[in-house]
Ligand binder design. Structure first.
Ligand code: IVH
Length: 669
């Protein structure tokens, strides 16, 4: 057999193994027996033994299983591992509470579980019948890496729990971290304790992990039927009883003033702790309230991280570059002399926008104070005027986009002011800078999520003119790619595999991935729920019915104008049409087991027990749908305080059932 044939036979088997790994690890629905699976694996290993040129880093002999491009098997979290939104001051905290009261439609006294936010790496531990059966990293929040053996080397993580009240199926979540004193010994290898913990945890060989003493504190759960436990603070106590470590500074507070005072005190004391803490986490203590409040796209409504003030340092601006985002915003970025700020080497700092540069009079070669707080992008705080040379000149913000188009500042009708941001007019993919960013957005984690096709790869493929439009991703010249440096046969085959996988996408993700300004994850979901299928969505556009989207609760003029502007550009429509012929765009997955299946509801008037937003998610959780106009398809009209009479009359005429808020809640039990 020729070498090329051997290779192709080998790759076929690797791809087959990957397919089954995905089915097993990600979808939990294997279609072959363990025996058949082992046979494929054995065939691969035999081939490698016979033909040593086949061996590579992602062979099953090196890594364990589902590893398209990384070292670890991946596993989908049963409950997503989300992040927290940040608060920096009292105003942010007041807004956080205000949003809660709005959602609940009333002001109530709130108890908070207050917990130090250790700056480490989060991990999720799955226990079944008291045994630790799997441990994963956060990954992208949806899918994590299986690092069970590495986690098992941590002494704070119990492997068997015998307490009678320990749930028989639960994910315990917490933070893996390294103490400062231990980090001091590793200073030459890692920039900060967080990197050290992450590096150690992700060692391929658990014996390497063992060498660095890691710690674990538990603070929440993923999958868990909470049963008897009613409060976060009670859950923390249970964790301790079950044998987990929890933070010794956890406490309960019940007003924003108390939170702020404690934050002030703790911010000073944090340097005496044995580990790095970058803020405090405040969680609504009642688990029932947490459940009611639920989540936005990325974070819970019931918790917030109150960050400590940022670390800062001085450095000099070497250059100011203008970056163009996917929506055309021109963002000035200062390239600075690299400086270490709180353990991280910073060489870029955002200058936000044109107005910010004018306001702070930031100039080339200025010495500036730069601040960095946790995961927030470093930014320029102020200019040290004493260090400025007399010959220095004001920075002139370019009026043209690097692509050559004239830029504009939009007039905001609400604030009656011009926007601080200068923008390249959105002409689809005509502006090259925007086009690359649009493609990066298209493949990003929350959009099509193509493993192996990161931002850097997109840039490279763009430079090589391999891609110009999103659809080009599905028609790549793999022969050319396999000739590029760093691209072996296996990585090309991995890329093909992930691109193929990404073709199956839900309507909401697809609508988000197109990158229409003001259509984020939440709005894309609303549009997907309303239009149901991609062909329907395209019909709305084709028949110039974008205004109908105003019927959707949550979609307003801003979104409508943005959609109109986007589709005024015929090439945008063509790209979407083209993509819809390549991709397999499925309707939004709705829960089809709830009590309210096939029932549509509409509200009029103010509800007394909750906000419209909560009522809507309650209906949707139970498989019902919420519509915003009275028509024959409507099943129930729910009447709150001061309803619109016209709607009630219309409903009566059409014979639609009318329910009071109480009757509706009874329907739900
Ligand atoms: S709760 C849905 N509690 O902060 C909320 N997170 O930005 C889940 N963290 O990824 C997180 N201490 O790594 C929670 N007491 C604590 C925490 C904590 C640290 C980290 C965690 C998470 C990140 C959220």
């Amino acid at each position: 057999m020729k070498e090329s044939e051997i290779r192709s036979n080998y790759l076929k088997k690797i791809n087959e193994l990957k397919k089954h790994n995905k089915l097993y690890f990600e979808d939990s629905s294997p279609i072959i027996s363990d025996k058949d699976y082992d046979k494929i694996k054995k065939d691969i290993l035999n081939l490698e033994k016979k033909f040593s040129f086949l061996k590579n880093d992602s062979s099953p002999s090196v890594s364990l299983g589902y590893t398209p491009s990384k070292n670890f098997i991946k596993s989908k979290h049963r409950v997503k591992m989300l992040s927290l939104s940040n608060a920096f001051d009292a105003e942010d905290l007041e807004n956080f509470e205000k949003k809660i009261f709005n959602y609940l439609n009333k002001k109530i006294a709130l108890d908070y579980s207050v917990e130090p936010k250790i700056d480490g790496i989060s991990a999720s531990l799955t226990y079944k019948n008291g045994s630790l059966i799997m441990g994963t990293s956060r990954g992208d929040g949806t899918t994590g890496e299986v690092i069970t053996e590495n986690l098992k080397t941590i002494k704070d993580i119990p492997q068997k729990i015998t307490s009678k009240d320990f749930p028989n199926d639960i994910d315990i979540r917490g933070e893996v971290f390294i103490k400062r004193s231990e980090f001091d010994k590793l200073k030459n290898d890692f920039a900060n304790p967080r990197n050290a913990a992450s590096g150690s945890l992700r060692q391929k060989n658990p014996n390497e992990t063992k060498k660095i003493p890691l710690n674990f504190v538990a603070y929440t759960y993923g999958y868990f039927k909470s049963g008897q436990i009613r409060k976060q603070s009670d859950f923390l106590n249970s964790l301790q009883r079950w044998g987990f470590k929890t933070n010794e500074h956890n406490k309960i507070l019940n007003s924003i003033d108390d939170l702020i005072n404690f934050h002030k005190k703790f911010e000073k004391e944090r340097f005496d702790l044995e580990y790095d803490v970058d803020g405090l986490v405040y969680k609504i203590n009642s688990l029932e309230l947490q459940k009611r409040l639920g989540f936005t796209a990325n974070s819970p409504r019931w918790a917030i991280a109150h960050k400590f003030s940022a670390d800062s340092a001085f450095s000099q601006i070497i250059d100011i570059n203008i970056q163009v985002g996917r929506t055309g915003a021109l963002t000035p970025v200062a390239r600075i002399k690299p400086v270490n700020i709180g353990g991280v080497v910073v060489s870029n700092a955002t200058l936000h926008n044109e107005d910010e540069i004018i306001r702070k009079d930031i100039r080339l070669h200025d010495t500036v104070k730069i601040e960095r707080a946790g995961d927030v992008i470093p930014h320029v705080i102020s200019v040290d005027l004493k260090k400025r040379k007399k010959s220095s000149k004001k920075f002139v913000f370019p009026k043209k986009c690097p692509c050559g188009f004239d830029t504009t500042k939009e007039f905001n009708k609400v604030t009656k002011k011009f926007d601080a941001v200068r923008r390249c007019p959105d002409r689809g993919f005509e502006c090259e800078k925007m086009a690359v960013e649009k493609i990066k957005h298209f493949i990003s984690k929350e959009a099509l999520n193509i493993d192996g096709l990161g931002k850097k790869v997109v840039e490279k493929f763009w430079d090589l003119k391999l891609i110009r439009f999103p659809q080009d991703i599905f028609n790549l010249d793999y022969t050319q790619i396999s000739k590029l440096e760093g691209w072996g046969n296996l990585s090309v085959s991995n890329l093909k595999f992930s691109i193929d996988q990404s073709k199956k996408v839900s309507l909401d993700k697809f609508l988000y991935s197109i990158g229409i300004r003001h259509i984020g994850i939440e709005n894309a979901k609303l549009l997907a729920e309303y239009t149901k299928s991609i062909s329907n969505f395209l019909n709305f556009i084709k028949n110039k019915k974008i205004n109908e989207f105003l019927n959707i609760d949550g979609i307003g003029d801003t979104q409508i104008n943005s959609l109109k502007k986007f589709f005024e550009n015929k090439s945008n429509y063509k790209i979407i049409e083209k993509l819809s012929s390549i991709l397999n765009i499925s309707d939004l997955k709705l829960n089809k087991n709830g009590k309210l299946l096939n029932n549509s509801f509409m509200f009029t008037g103010k509800l007394s027990n909750m906000s419209r937003a909560e009522a809507k998610s309650l209906i949707e959780e139970n498989s019902g749908s919420v519509v915003s106009s009275v028509n024959k398809k409507l099943k129930y009209l729910i009447i709150g305080d001061k309803p619109t009479n016209r709607k009630v009359e219309q409903a009566k005429e059409l014979g639609i059932k009318i329910l009071s808020e109480k009757e509706w809640l009874n329907l739900l039990n």
